[in-house]
Design a protein around this ligand. Structure first.
Ligand code: TYD
Ligand code: MG
Length: 420
């Protein structure tokens, strides 16, 4: 528990009273067509919904050390081609940023650094410089002197973000704030800012993998769940325009328990490998471990395999993993999970050019999923020759060249096709 003194802000109250806004007719309003600014990192622009909207406030959250500062510095260089960019570094010294910039080869003339923690000073400098972009790295280390609580506390983070938003909307400067996702509750994380900002992006990845995924979880100006894939190299982040190829590159061929599923992330189909390992448990309580997939979903699918297909999995340890450190949370991968579990349990590999998708219900039925045509097309592009999919999705689905489409009604039917 941390005590936080409440300070009543008198000027704020006055503001509300002085409001002179009156209602306007929506039909009579004219708005200039939004001109989005692209930075040229196609993966980043797409996640933003096609570029940055003037006056928008974007939050980039992620674990410490995942590469948020690297990403924003690379984007800042490109924005700086169009006008001054102010990069406020409250966490590292300007010299540290300079070192990173030389490593990344960033040398834009219009990129300004400001090592400053005080929000008032930042706003003052922004007023003078009139940047066309403002970056605050990170929101947990800036503070306003209007509040007495420590930087990083809930009220400080909220107040600072609120002030930055007022400025972004008032002057029309697109603003990016970086926030660390913290596991313990001592420092306020970006989650509590989600409702305030226009766009929330999460930069995720596994420390052991070079791949990083930028995911939009809220976007007032574009589609959510859009992802951008990057690879962290010694010269910074590089874009990965064809993630399917990358995620399948290291696939063990003809290995039992390995299955490819076409998942949809945002507007884009991505083929990923799901790996399962089912083996007899040495202890009384079998272990169930899932990485990259919701554990509850896996338990449900294991139960379906037990009850509806008749596999004896009760005394088995079950491990599931999505290769490449990707997280999948759409139901369309259910059938793939079932097949991976069955393949490992039976110790029979699935043919290497076969893939499958479909949602599996509690009765073992395979339900239709959204956008089958995108999934099938990506499978065709990567040279797969057989695809199991929900029978309900087969209607009106044009058969791609060289890819056989097989509609299945329930999980048993799919497994019979694969293993009998
Ligand atoms: P950083 O952007 O500082 O992370 P964050 O701001 O999210 O805390 O990135 C830190 C990690 O990225 C660090 O562990 C080293 C790695 N890295 C590279 O591998 N290559 C590079 O070119 C750079 C700049 C960083
Ligand atoms: Mg950083």
């Amino acid at each position: 528990m941390v005590e936080e003194a409440v300070t009543v802000n008198k000027t704020k109250r006055a503001q509300f009273q002085a409001s002179t806004q009156s209602p306007v007719r929506l039909s009579e309003m004219t708005v200039s067509t939004e001109d989005r600014q692209k930075c040229g990192l196609a993966e980043f622009d797409r996640v933003l919904g096609g570029g940055v909207v003037p006056g928008s406030l974007t939050l980039i959250g992620g674990d410490p050390g995942i590469g948020k500062s690297t990403l924003i510095l690379q984007a800042a260089e490109r924005w700086a081609g169009a006008g001054p960019v102010l990069y406020v570094t409250a966490e590292e010294s300007a010299r540290q940023i300079k070192l990173r910039a030389s490593r990344l080869g960033v040398k834009a003339a219009e990129l300004f650094l400001l090592a400053e923690n005080s929000l008032e000073a930042v706003l003052e400098q922004a007023k003078d410089l009139k940047p066309s972009f403002l970056i605050v790295d990170s929101i947990q280390t800036v503070f306003t002197s209007a509040l007495e609580s420590a930087p990083g506390s809930v009220s400080q983070v909220r107040e600072c973000a609120g002030r930055l938003m007022q400025q972004a909307k008032g002057v029309g400067i697109p603003t990016f704030i970086i926030g660390h996702v913290t596991k313990d509750g001592t420092i306020a994380g970006p989650r509590m800012l989600e409702h305030m900002v226009d766009t929330v992006l999460y930069f995720e990845g596994d420390a052991g993998h070079p791949y990083r995924i930028l995911r939009a979880v809220k976007n007032r100006y574009g589609s959510t769940n859009e992802i951008g894939v990057f690879e962290m190299k010694d010269i910074g982040l590089t874009e990965v325009p064809n993630p399917s190829e990358l995620f399948l590159a290291e696939r063990a061929e003809d290995a039992a328990g390995s299955i490819v599923v076409p998942a949809i992330e945002g507007t884009r189909p991505i083929l990923v490998e799901i790996q399962a390992l089912v083996s007899g448990t040495a202890f009384g309580n079998p272990r169930r471990t899932a990485m990259g997939i919701d554990g509850n979903r896996v338990s449900l699918l294991v139960a379906v395999l037990e009850k509806k297909v008749g596999y004896a999995l009760l005394g088995q340890d079950i491990f599931l993993n999505v290769a490449g450190g990707v997280r999948l949370n759409e139901p369309a991968i259910d059938l793939g999970v079932i097949a991976a579990l069955a393949s490992s349990h039976l110790n029979r590999p699935v043919p290497k050019r076969t893939l499958l998708f479909g949602e599996v219900g509690l009765a073992g039925e395979v339900r239709a999923v959204s956008r089958p045509e995108l999934r099938v097309k990506e499978a065709e592009r990567l040279g797969f020759n057989c695809c199991l999919l929900p029978a309900g999705n087969l209607k009106n689905l044009p058969a791609p060249k060289g890819l056989e489409l097989i509609g299945v009604r329930d999980a048993s039917e799919a497994l019979a096709f694969l293993f009998d």
